[in-house]
Design a protein around this ligand. Structure first.
Ligand code: ADP
Ligand code: MG
Length: 340
């Protein structure tokens, strides 16, 4: 057993026990791996004009969902979160594998799970091509594969000085649903239904990712909270950012909450699965056109700045044009870490 004090955060853990050795192997062994650990997907080179994007995400009972969760929603979400990573790189889904641990083989549960899974698989033309099934505590792990034209993938590391920072859709709804389900906040029935669907059935922004291939300098999908995830772009691009708090896009339902809750959930609530991306100012018209063509709100929430001190900073500007103090900003910057 490790004591609490000796445990390390999720990203330090990956760095220390997996990424360092993986990077060393990749440096020493010529292979088809173009991009390893650290982005939304890994990339494999092929001899054709396409590259292959690969990503894995796991949903664990008691951690990501409750044991009595609706199995149809689980089937949807397990694939949706993987497709969202493909979207973040600009990849087109090609297929996925499913590794499933089940406490019991309950046909009614499996029927509903399969219905949700294949409903999203069909919608995104992404077939199930293999997997593994075992008895054990309920655990759903999907690995998804996508294709992308050579050198067109959008990395986290590509943000440039002066880039606009954009976010798709609305952020904070899934966090609002969680608060309501935990009885921290009371919501009328129709409001709860509207945010619950955002939590259980996120929409992977595949067409948006594909449309951004020639426009965005960097991108990621928001799984752990907008500003915390933006930090990954900043760290990997060696940049700072300025964010206008008022501009964070919020649904009509979230806008019924107090300003404090609105800002907190929009800035740091997890499970949104929207895309956050950066693009040069000169691309604003093209981005507005994509927004209209795809019927997805795209909101410019700030801009990329050159890095002032080592360690990327996010300067959050309030409605009076003043920067939030460190303590207020810290609250909004906290993203989800499984081991923090
Ligand atoms: P995302 O939120 O986009 O799914 P994560 O934050 O989970 O990405 O992971 C960050 C990076 O670390 C990704 O490149 C992921 O593939 C990699 N990673 C996470 N866990 C492991 C692991 N156990 N072994 C190797 N790589 C991992
Ligand atoms: Mg991701």
């Amino acid at each position: 057993m490790h004591s609490q004090s000796s445990s390390i955060g999720e990203f330090d853990l990956i760095q220390r026990f997996f990424k360092t050795q993986s990077d060393l192997m990749l440096a020493n062994h010529p292979s088809s791996v173009k991009l390893g650990i650290g982005d939304d997907c890994a990339l494999l080179k092929t001899t054709s004009a396409e590259e292959i994007a690969i990503t894995s995400d796991m949903l664990v009972c008691g951690r990501h969902f409750f044991a009595d969760a609706n199995p149809e929603w689980l089937g949807w979400k397990a694939l949706a979160v993987n497709l969202s990573d493909l979207a973040a790189m600009g990849a087109k889904p090609e297929g996925f594998t499913l590794a499933l641990a089940l406490p019991e083989s309950n046909p009614a549960w499996l029927e509903a799970f399969s219905k949700g899974l294949f409903s999203i698989a069909n919608q995104y033309a992404c077939p199930l091509i293999g997997g593994d099934t075992t008895a054990g505590p309920l655990n759903i792990c999907i690995t998804a594969f996508g294709s992308i034209p050579k050198d067109k993938a959008i990395y986290r590391s590509g943000a440039l000085d002066g880039d606009d920072i954009w976010v798709s859709g609305f952020v904070g709804d899934a966090r609002l649903a969680l608060a309501a389900l935990r009885h921290e906040i009371q919501l009328p029935g129709e409001d709860l239904a509207s945010v619950e669907v955002r939590m259980h059935q996120p929409i992977p922004r595949i067409n948006l990712g594909i449309a951004l291939r020639d426009l965005a300098n960097s991108a990621l999908d928001i799984s752990d909270g907008l500003l915390g995830d933006l930090k990954h772009i900043l760290k990997q691009s060696n940049k700072d950012a300025e964010i206008y708090l008022d501009r964070l896009p919020k649904s009509a339902t979230l806008r019924k909450q107090s300003p404090v809750i609105q800002n907190l959930y929009a800035a740091s609530g997890g499970d949104d699965y929207e895309l956050c991306f950066t693009a040069p100012i000169g691309k604003r018209d093209a981005i507005a056109k994509i927004s209209a063509d795809l019927d997805i709100p795209l909101t410019q929430i700030g801009s990329i700045k050159s890095m002032q001190h080592s360690g990327s900073a996010i300067h959050i500007i309030d409605s009076n044009g003043k920067e939030l103090n460190a303590q207020a900003a810290d609250l909004l910057l906290k993203s989800f870490d499984h081991f923090a």
